[in-house]
Design a binder for this molecule. Structure first.
Ligand code: HEM
Length: 139
């Protein structure tokens, strides 16, 4: 992770802590008036404090038990606050129902040759696409 990403991550952590406990930390960030603050959600989601071995595919990190003690601002795919995503609940329901349908009918196969290209945008998506093979499950 770059030094800039680390700095942004540190500020994000401090702000999350301050919001959570409603106090200002003695060594917390002091932002100048009218400053524009940009949070790196990409870096936030790869913070090994909240997500050990962050590049590993591990859906178990999102179980309720593993979520205990984690800041509510540690995982923000739909952003947070008054301008967060209004489609969050709809998107989650749609994704779960679609995924469940696919997984019940197909096995997913990865293409080890395919490289994801991830641009720095608000919502993370691969500009080189995501190549997945589908193998029909026997009923
Ligand atoms: C996986 C799917 C989705 C993701 C990851 C996602 C993510 C986000 C994020 C990160 C923001 C905040 C952007 C910001 O801070 O400026 C946002 C805003 C928004 N999203 Fe989504 N979104 C998703 C699906 C949807 C769907 C399905 C709808 C509508 C049916 C929707 C409608 C909106 C709207 C209207 C806003 C702007 C809210 C505002 O500015 O007050 N999104 N979304």
């Amino acid at each position: 992770m770059s030094i800039r990403a680390r700095k942004i991550l540190k500020i994000t952590r401090n702000i999350a802590t301050e919001k959570r406990y409603g106090i200002l930390q003695p060594n917390g960030p002091i932002l100048p008036k009218n400053a524009t603050l940009s949070l790196s959600i990409y870096a936030l989601h790869r913070d090994p404090v909240n997500f050990p071995d962050p590049e590993r595919f591990d859906p178990e990190r999102f179980t309720q038990e593993n979520h205990v003690g984690r800041s509510p601002y540690a995982y923000l795919p739909f952003s947070a606050g008054s301008r967060n995503c209004i489609g969050q609940k709809f998107a989650m329901l749609k994704m779960k129902s679609l995924l469940s349908k696919i997984l019940r009918n197909y096995e997913l196969l990865e293409d080890p040759e395919h490289k994801l290209v991830l641009p720095a945008e608000t919502v993370l998506k691969s500009t080189s696409g995501i190549c997945v093979g589908l193998k029909k499950r026997s009923s």
